[in-house]
Design a protein around this ligand. Structure first.
Ligand code: CTP
Length: 214
């Protein structure tokens, strides 16, 4: 039975490069890695009309369904698959789709508040905070939200000033104190190299000893 032997939490502000770091680690290590994006665990807001879903504070800890995330991580740790929810940013809601994730040796949880909840931190073997300057993050966010998330420049600016920035200062940044490793400027290849080496060492340690044939 495969069950994750090493769980990594990757946090950091919006646009910091968390997804890029997680993907690069995943591509370098290969199929032994599964990634759970915290975005997929935004609360289901199907009961709200679209105009109200638009107004939700998506940077406050209450925006996430922590119970479901903790339960699904534990299921994987028990060696059983999960049906991971999917999120559509263009309509601010969870989709009907679920993606089956099989337990793998390495599990990465990435998202703005991945290091916020103590019960999740207790499940991580390594806590990482991606530290990228705010001006770089907002520039990335404007480009991404306008191109990929169907937002106007004005709505991105309003949301940034009313919720994203204050919530970052109040809830996201303080979680840096829980990090074992702080990665400067997002996709930092030296840092990714160190993480993949740590993962390979962990995977070797988990291999059963070669039995003595003599
Ligand atoms: N968000 C949003 N609308 C929603 C749900 C979330 O605008 N309906 C925003 C939140 O405001 C939050 C951000 O999505 O700030 C979280 O995603 P982010 O961290 O920016 O994306 P990642 O790809 O996970 O991170 P990175 O850019 O670091 O790779």
């Amino acid at each position: 039975m495969t069950a994750p032997s090493f769980v990594i939490g990757i946090a950091g502000g919006t646009g910091a490069g968390k997804t890029a770091v997680a993907r690069e680690v995943g591509e370098t290590v290969g199929e032994a890695v599964s990634i759970l994006p915290l975005d997929n665990y935004y609360q289901d807001h199907s009961h709200l009309p679209a105009e109200e879903r638009d107004q939700v504070n998506y940077d406050h800890p209450s925006a996430f369904e922590w119970e479901l995330l903790a339960e699904q991580i534990k299921t994987l740790l028990d060696g059983r698959p999960i049906e991971m929810p999917q999120y559509d940013f263009t309509v601010h809601n969870r989709t009907d789709e679920r993606v089956r994730i099989e337990p793998t040796e390495i599990l990465i949880v990435e998202g703005i508040l991945s290091l916020f909840e103590e019960r999740l931190r207790d499940l991580y073997d390594l806590c990482i905070y991606v530290q990228t300057d705010a001006d770089v993050r907002i520039l990335r966010r404007i480009r991404r939200d306008v191109i990929e998330r169907d937002r106007t420049l004005e709505s991105v600016m309003n949301q940034y000033l009313t919720t994203v920035k204050p919530m970052h200062e109040r809830y996201v940044e303080p979680t840096r104190e829980h990090a074992d490793v702080i990665i400067p400027e997002g996709l930092n290849y030296s840092a990714v190299d160190l993480i993949t080496k740590t993962i390979h060492t962990e995977m070797r340690e988990q291999e059963p000893p070669i039995s003595d044939a003599s």
